[in-house]
Design a protein around this ligand. Structure first.
Ligand code: GUN
Length: 295
């Protein structure tokens, strides 16, 4: 598929084929009387989080994974959240636990991450526990070897898109924009493990454009609508846009100015229909993997 001169990296289609594979694996688990189950903790009334959780429930149902949602009022205290994580950690029918982020603003960043870090690494299908994040750097690089734990869903989805489009990433120069714990940092580590040469840019980077000019691959997770313009990127670039923003007119856009950039570069993932469906399919893959490891 093409748009302007760029090939469109179709996350909706690639996620569909990933879900098909997961469906087959879930059916095999059922032959062992195992039904994969994902527990989701949702706190307060953050509308985008409620929508994301609905998407996750729908995708789980489609592949045969059961879900249970633990929805807490915004007034909930930290100890109640810890108690819920503890109960789920010890419930053998639950294979994966996900704490939907962000938590309400009354919790400090440290408190928010302390809830995530209380999840047993073996059930951390979000791949956000420090033990799982560290394993990316220290494992032998096989994406799903048992000792590797779980890889965070958005970077895992981005890597899948890149490998589907490019094949081997060895020797390519990859620039990641954004150093968040959920996307940028693990993305840079994953690309390094895939033998790319990686530059991690962020809000304090001087002269972002200089780094972009020599990029073969650009993963943009800056959280700024239409940050990346055509004149800043080379024609050879393959671009993965992680951003998702609602414009005043109701339309969605990413961190890349799609209209102008797609007319110049080699390939680009659209928003919507790029990274979003891949994040959810990667989560389903991780839940399935957790259930497979329980055998
Ligand atoms: N909020 C935005 N992205 C994510 C994610 O990948 N995992 C969780 N748990 N919450 C999120």
């Amino acid at each position: 598929m093409t748009q302007g001169t760029a090939t469109l990296i179709n996350g909706t289609q690639i996620a569909k084929s990933l879900r098909q594979d997961i469906k087959t694996r879930v059916a095999r688990l059922k032959e062992h009387s195992i039904i994969p189950k994902l527990a989701v903790m949702l706190v307060g009334g953050h509308p985008p989080s409620e929508i994301y959780v609905k998407y996750k429930q729908k995708a789980a149902k489609e592949v045969g994974i059961t879900t249970e949602i633990h929805h807490f009022e915004e007034s909930v205290d930290l100890d109640t959240l810890y108690a819920c994580v503890d109960q789920l950690n010890h419930d053998s029918s639950v294979h994966g636990i996900l704490v939907q982020l962000p938590l309400p603003k009354k919790f400090s960043s440290q408190e928010m991450w302390s809830v995530v870090e209380r999840v047993f690494p073996s059930k951390d299908v979000d791949g956000l526990h420090p033990a799982n994040q560290g394993l990316i750097s220290f494992s032998n690089g096989a994406a799903h070897s048992p000792e590797q734990g779980f890889v965070a869903c958005t970077p895992l989805g981005c890597l899948h898109l890149l490998k589907t489009h490019l094949g081997d990433l060895e020797g390519l120069h990859a620039v990641v924009i954004g150093r968040s714990r959920i996307v940028g940092q693990p993305m840079a580590n994953l690309l390094t493990k895939a033998n790319a040469t990686v530059t991690l840019c962020h809000s304090r980077t001087r002269d972002l454009e200089r780094h972009l000019q020599i990029a073969d691959v650009i993963v943009v997770a800056a959280g700024i609508p239409k940050l990346i313009k055509a004149h800043t990127v080379p024609e050879k670039a393959v671009i993965i846009d992680v951003g998702i923003h609602r414009l005043e007119d109701g339309r969605l856009c990413g961190d890349v100015d799609f209209a102008e950039v797609s007319a110049k570069v080699s390939a680009i993932s659209p928003v919507p229909g790029g990274v979003g469906p891949m994040t959810i399919a990667s989560l389903m893959n991780n839940v399935c993997l957790a259930a497979e490891r329980s055998i």
